[in-house]
Design a protein around this ligand. Structure first.
Ligand code: ZN
Length: 309
């Protein structure tokens, strides 16, 4: 609900900005590429409308025509904005406030989500980004707030590449938290994510997968989907070869794979990743983000409901 309100607010803002721009005689160069984070679009709209010059309109009919034309144009732009994938890190309503280990997909849909925790991190995050780009894959990154504060440029790079972003607390500690403590860990991280990337994330992963120390409970209360995993690579403690085996043995349709791009030396993960991708692809998997995986489940449920009617 909160996300919907935010989205409506954003749409209204975008609409107002678009209308103003068109009245000034401006054509919007909005990049409607999927996954485009929100803020840059708004920023673009406003910057363009300020920098363009006005065209003089000589008579009243011309003026009316121009307005009619531009209203139509802005309606089209609005429709496009509504139709685009606004927010790559938002999950469908039914999953907000729940805990997820995998998505329920039928066996025809061999989709799997690669997730990377504990970044942004120097070198390894960028290496993983390069591998994902080479393979044309979108993944999901769960960030630690204080690392994002230290490496904001790496974070921006990940977001700009269109990957989904999740919250992994500010300090990544295995402590017990009261409500205020949990709020500090989670709210601060989400605020920084939004400040740097424009992304309002609705996915949270508890450090260490701990569900009973106050963090997951707070996240659920705030309507995050708490995202666990169905396949643990154990990349933090195992050799490259067994890391690949771990993933392959546990891979399944609707699965969520846990790996790490930060928080320590992740050279093994970087080394294993191209192999993991190649093998999963050979088995017929497509790669999606966690929000996309959940959207697939939602769509499948809708299809089943329609089929039953
Ligand atoms: Zn972690």
């Amino acid at each position: 609900m909160k996300v919907l309100l935010r989205r409506q607010k954003t749409l209204i803002l975008a609409f107002i900005a678009a209308t103003v721009s068109f009245l000034l005689g401006v054509t919007l160069p909005i990049n409607l590429r999927a996954n485009q984070p929100l803020k840059p679009i708004q920023a673009q709209v406003l910057t363009v409308s300020q920098s363009q010059e006005q065209k003089p309109i000589s008579n009243i009919n011309q003026f009316k025509q121009a307005i009619a034309h531009r209203v139509e144009f802005s309606q089209q732009a609005l429709a496009q904005l509504q139709g685009m994938r606004f927010q790559s890190s938002t999950v469908p309503d039914q999953f907000q406030g729940t805990t997820i280990r995998e998505a329920k997909l039928d066996s025809q849909h061999k989709a799997i989500a690669l997730t990377f925790d504990d970044g942004p991190w120097p070198k390894t995050t960028t290496q993983i980004l390069d591998i994902l780009k080479e393979n044309n894959i979108k993944a999901t990154f769960f960030w630690v707030g204080r690392y994002l504060q230290t490496y904001p440029e790496i974070g921006k790079q990940v977001a700009a590449a269109g990957h989904a972003i999740g919250n992994h607390t500010w300090n990544h500690q295995y402590l017990k938290y009261n409500q205020d403590g949990a709020a500090r860990e989670i709210d601060r991280t989400s605020s920084l994510i939004e400040e740097l990337t424009g992304i309002q994330t609705s996915i949270f992963r508890p450090p260490g997968g701990i569900l009973n120390n106050g963090l997951a409970a707070y996240a659920q209360k705030k309507n995050y989907a708490v995202v666990m995993w169905s396949a643990d690579s154990f990349d933090w403690r195992t050799l490259t070869e067994s890391l690949i085996d771990n993933v392959m043995k546990q891979a399944k349709s609707g699965g969520i794979v846990l790996m790490h791009d930060g928080g320590g030396n992740r050279a093994r993960t970087v080394k294993a990743l191209p192999d993991i991708i190649a093998r999963l692809r050979k088995e017929g998997y497509i790669f999606v983000t966690v929000p996309e995986l959940l959207q697939m489940q939602e769509q499948e449920l809708k299809r089943q409901e329609t089929a039953q009617k």
